[in-house]
Structure formats: C-alpha cells, structure tokens
Design a protein around this ligand. Sequence first.
Ligand code: TYM
Length: 324
Amino acid sequence: MARILTGIQSTGTPHLGNILGAIKPAIEMSNNGDNESFLFIADMHSLTQIKDGSVMRENTYSVAATWLAFGLDTAKTVFYRQSDVPECAELAWYLSCYYPYSRLALAHSFKDKSDRLEDVNGGLFTYPMLMAADILLYDANFVPVGKDQLQHLEMTRDVASRINHQCGEELLVLPEAIVQADTQLILGTDGEKMSKSRNNFINIFETDKALKNTINKKVVTDATPLEAPKEPEGAAVFELFKYVATAKQVEELAAKLRTGGYGWGHAKKDLLEALIEVFGPAREKYNYFMENKNELDKVLDEGAEKARKVAKATLKRLRSQIGY
Ligand code: TYM
C-alpha cells in the first residue's frame, strides 16, 4: 500500500493547470485500489500572498469545493485544511534548522515569485520547508504535482536524508514526485505556463458568459485573416483545446485551421464549447458545495482530526530524537 499526498494553495479558485496537473491525477491515484491518500488545502502557504481573512476563507472553500467536484472520495481520503494541523508548522521549524540557508536561496520558485510579487516576505523564502513538513509529517510515498514543484520535492528528500543521517535511522520517509507526462506543464492563454500570478489562467468555474469573455479577451492569437490557412500547433487556443477535446475533435479543428476559411474566433468558440461540455458536471458540483459550505466544514473538520493523529505520531518520533 502506498501513501499519496498533495496540496493546493488557497490563493484563488483552482485554475485549469491546477486541475489537470495535480487535482485530477491525485484523485485518480487515490481512488486506485489500495492506495491511502492525504489531500489538502495549503492555506498556510497561501498566507505568503493572501492577507485578507475573508478572501482566505472564501478561497479555502473554493479549493475544497474543487477537490470534491472532481470526485475526491472523503471515505477513502484524509481531506483537510493545512492550518487545522498546527503540527505542520512545528515540523517546518525543525526542518528549517536542519537545512542550509544557501540551499534555500537556490529555490527557483522564490526567485521567480520575488521578481514578480510586491509582498516578498520571510514566509515566501522558507516556503519549501513548510511544504517538506506537509509531506514528511504523513510519511507520504508519492506526491502527484506539476513540473514546477519538482525542486521542492528534491528539497524535501534532501532535508529528510539529512535528518535520517543525523539520527542514524530511517526516521522520515523519502517521497517521490509523480508528474504526468501530458499534464505536467499546462499552458495558459498566452502560451506560457498557466499561473495565477501571470494572470493567464482559465477558471472553469466562471459562468458561461464570463468564461466566453475570458477566452475572447485573454487567449492570444495572431492577426492571420479568417480566409488564410493557419498553423494550429503552438497557437494558445489550439493548445488549450487539446487539453479538453477528444482526439477526433482535435484532428478536425487542426484540419479546418490548416485549410483556411476558419478563423481563430471560430476556434475560440470550439474551445468554449469543449470546456463547458467536459466540465459541466464538475461545475455543477462545485456550485453546489459553494452554496453548502457547512458540508465542506464538516468533511474538513473530520479530515483534520484524522490527519492530526498521524501528524502527532511523526512528531513524537522526531522530538524524541532531537532531545525534547
Ligand atoms: P499550487 O497551489 O501553486 O499548485 C497546485 C498544483 O498545481 C500544479 N500546477 C500546474 N500543473 C501543470 N501546469 C500548470 N500550469 C500548473 N500550475 C500549477 C502545481 O505543480 C501543484 O502541483 N507548493 C504547492 C502546494 C503545496 C504542496 C504541498 C504540493 C503545499 N504543500 C505538499 C504537494 C505536496 C503549490 O504551490 O501549489
């Protein structure tokens, strides 16, 4: 039996990249046979960016509703808010004390974010240790993530090895990242990596009208006239279409664009229809949970209780080694 674990930050409503890169693969792995899984909302990580309590609360519900909308089975999964497990912050401190500053300074995500964000706080710098704590606290074996998290997983293994070496025993389990070849890097409306901070994301939970507006305004196309043949490969609208359409639909759209007489506007309409079709059921469930937040609170509270039991046992092992 393997233990699967992954988290999604509550920095907003999860976008298509989060859903295809992490949420769907994690749920598929969790629902698969003997696996045991810990899926959570990383609402302490999102404090590095969100300082408004009501926004934090709403985002946390939104991430919870997304997990459930995509089929997370609460009977099989430990499903919780990170902030309901304070043991995580305690472990993050211990890990920070075992990890060299010089290694933390090499984190790509810190460099990337500190170049783009206004609020460059200390939490952003020690972020990888909090993420390592999330994983090591539960002895996770496999961590399904997008490609951007691979370095964090390496740091997690690194700090765990250092502690194991220091203790002279396998106190912490070394986790393995799982990235899906086809969804490890979902591109956004401008053809770059989809991300909240680049504002090139697609929020599939918007109303049809808002989604149409997003696609029309944000998806970048060139000025090739409607009549002219167009190369679909590499065009943002076509790349997005490939994530959601069937192989046959993709082939048909490529042929129409290459023939000419089919504009980028037509392709955008096809993309909108595919998104609405594919995500219709998940959108309905999402809206249901966002209107019934008491149900979210209930499952998350139950999950936190289960998570804390495991977390406490891990900390007990470590505290004793440290000399507390
Ligand atoms: P976050 O919230 O930024 O993203 C959540 C997950 O979505 C993946 N992802 C993508 N995958 C493919 N294409 C994209 N464009 C794309 N954008 C985002 C991310 O790789 C991630 O898997 N640090 C984590 C949250 C976290 C975590 C953890 C994850 C906290 N503790 C422990 C795993 C285990 C993060 O920032 O994710």
